[in-house]
Design a protein. Sequence first.
Length: 188
Amino acid sequence: MKERFSEKNEMRYKMKSLRVVIPEAERRTAAEEVFRRLEKTAAFLMADRIMMYHSLPDELYTHDFLKKWSGKKRFYLPRVNGVDLEVLPYEESRLELGSFHIEEPTGRDVTDPAEIELVVVPAVAYDKKGRRLGRGKGFYDRFLRHTRATKVGVGYEFQLLDELPTEPHDISMDIIVTQKTTLIISNR
């Protein structure tokens, strides 16, 4: 167990060092391509209630995508509540800096995870079997256990690896989208 933890932390460090050196223009171009690919998936086209994330500087930029589709789809964002994630409707005017310096939705209108049809999940890395390496706090793994939504991992092409170290509590993705790859995994 300790060895696996160490292996995961090494992978997190390696991926972070690759992400932080990407020039801003390249980040925007990558995000545009990834979300253009996501828009073409049947899972996105059929979903109405979509949980996104509000991107950190080293993640694929989601703000433009949220603005583009917010009148056509119902978006939700996570908010940290102790060790769990809550889901609230996305409204740009209702965002405040929350846990871990991430903009989170405010209010009391928490949505039942069972109502979400599609979850777009950030990660440090993914593998070709749909497994995901997060930042290490387990927020998404705990949340994803409570929803039957289609789980879509999005990332840069270099974040898609052949294999990742995993543990039994890790939740796999159904789809992974990068700038060059749309990978449908048959986990269901």
